[in-house]
Design a binder for this molecule. Structure first.
Ligand code: GRF
Length: 212
């Protein structure tokens, strides 16, 4: 069975969705860069090993990433899953896990890379927003996309209501992406493109606000 290590920085609701999803892999550990991340408790309740590597203990990004990689590799994971891990990673770290590192981002990439995605989507007045699971490359929030979910942006949305609608979909598509990965149904090829097999293209058009 494949092994994964999940990295978090906070609440850990996406990590929890993965732990509850009965995935075809063993969650070998949950590692946080923050000792007070609420997700660590949730991981412990699920009987998963936890560790904290605080970025504040290191002089620079390179030293932190090296220590983080060392801790991750103790658990010998096949894949490393970023689930709300709020640190920018060095190219060395990313390359070390090439094709084995995925991230969840709360926007329809390549729109709204970085932070405050919901606030920026509302400010721009887009009518469709969503989330993305992608392979991580050195180009922040630009890695090859595995799956996306789109939601309507409603007239009366606040960042909180929009975020909740997107998060609901995050909890659905993230376990799906990890399942595909662990079953070998999706991979990054030598040209840096996502290859999938046996995946049906289903679903309907999302028109927002909708036709009369
Ligand atoms: C999620 O919206 C995720 O997409 C983003 O940070 C948030 C983390 O939430 N990268 P949680 O810790 O998984 O609850």
């Amino acid at each position: 069975m494949k092994r994964i290590v999940i990295l978090i920085s906070g609440r850990g609701s996406n990590m929890e969705a993965l732990l509850k999803a009965k995935l075809p892999c063993e969650v070998a550990a949950v590692i946080s860069n923050k000792a007070d991340a609420a997700g660590l408790e949730i991981a412990k309740q699920h009987g998963v090993a936890t560790a904290v590597i605080s970025h504040k203990d290191f002089a620079n990004r390179e030293a932190f990433d090296a220590a983080l990689a060392k801790e991750i590799d103790r658990f010998k994971p096949d894949f490393v899953v970023l689930a709300g891990f709020m640190r920018i990673l060095t190219a060395d770290f990313v390359n070390h896990y090439a094709g084995r590192l995925i991230n969840i981002h709360p926007s329809l990439l390549p729109a709204y890379t970085g932070v405050d995605t919901h606030e920026r989507a509302l400010k721009d007045g887009v009518k469709i927003h969503g989330c993305t699971i992608h392979f991580v490359t050195a180009d922040l929030d630009h890695g090859p996309i595995i799956i996306q979910a789109a939601v309507p942006v409603r007239q009366d949305d606040t960042a909180a209501t929009l975020s909740a609608r997107v998060l609901h979909e995050e909890h659905r598509v993230f376990p799906q992406a990890v399942r595909w990965l662990c079953n070998g149904n999706v991979r990054l090829n030598a040209h840096g493109r996502v290859e999938t097999d046996r995946l049906e293209q289903r679903g309907t058009t999302l028109i927002s606000p909708g036709l009369d």
